[in-house]
Ligand binder design. Sequence first.
Ligand code: PLP
Length: 411
Amino acid sequence: MVKFDAKLLKKDFPIFQNKKNLVYLDNAATTQKPRSVIQSMVDFYENYNSNVHRSIHELGETSTCFFENSREIIAKFLNAENEEIIFTSGTTEGVNFIADAWARQNIEKNDYIVTTQVEHHANFLPWLRICKNSGAKLKFLELDKDTFFIKLPEANFWSDKIKLVSISASSNVLGEIWKENQLENIISAAHDIGALVLLDASQLAPYKKIDVKKLNIDFLVLSGHKMLGPTGIGILYINKSLHNKVEPYKVGGSMVQAASFNDVIWKEAPYKFEAGTPAISQAIGLGAAVKYLNENVDFKEFEKHTAYLSSMLIDGLLKIKDMKIWGNIEQIKKSGHLVSFSLPDIHAHDISGFLGGLNISVRSGHHCAQPLANMLNLQSSVRASFYIYNTVQDVEIFLDKLNETVNFFRK
Ligand code: PLP
């Protein structure tokens, strides 16, 4: 069994050696990179830099081999087939891809797209635009403002006018939003009325082992940089039964089997979906990141660890007068990895700015989920989020410095 030891893992991350006192709790925005990921990209540029899928010289063969090996590592990680894994620049591009290459052709006036009230703009604005352009309508799965779970929709919520359900597996503001098997139930209710389902897994994939076959999902998107990989690379999973129903998002080099002056035949997936020179070093870096997770992280133990840190954090936060925590406290303490909070008398930016001066990185703002923030009447919150290298000591320092911050502003 793979052991899980955050203190030991921290040693694999050069940034923590270079910035000795850094307490990094902004992992929901992006994670730090282990040496093996950085080295995999240095290796590419120093030893076999070459384009992929075209040149048959030795360097070209080597880079193609490493690039495709990455796809295979990621496919295994998600229990997908290799051809179902499409490299994108990240979650944002993955959602826009499906909006442009599937929804634009298939969503008509008076159809519905279902999403939740808690989405990041990346999984909301592409659907808002599709609806504005086509005359289709958005329908929302609502948030219970007391429990912070998504409410179970009434039976009459579902109709065959719903063509797509596009939802987050986990919120970047509230953490877990699905009670027990509710996510699975929504996926199957959507399939029962013939709708497709897209899952924004950018906040789940770094923390929980996802099995796309078990989830029975049609599309899944994630960002590599939130799970130890470099920026500029992400994954779009398209179930292979849909490969012929999704158009290429971009067209150009590398994805053509035959082209004439008046026609074109695409290659098979995944190449049909990857026009142009891809982000080669980043794809290799993401493969190295997933390999690192496979070799060093037992996800069950990791979940216990982040839940323990979250519990500690919440208990400490609640000792501060007028503290408001946004999210289901019980659930976060059981299996969470992020905690958003606010104080009525100190602006979240003041808190995160002050903490920044004390070597503590947390995020503040509406977290790119402005409709949710407006609905909750929450102008701005502070978010602390954990990853595999965060320790009990990080939480202790954070709480200590947060108290110092609060005292400074309240004195
Ligand atoms: N969806 C969620 C839930 C997120 O948290 C984020 C980023 O924070 C995104 C989508 C967008 O990811 P990216 O900026 O990597 O495309």
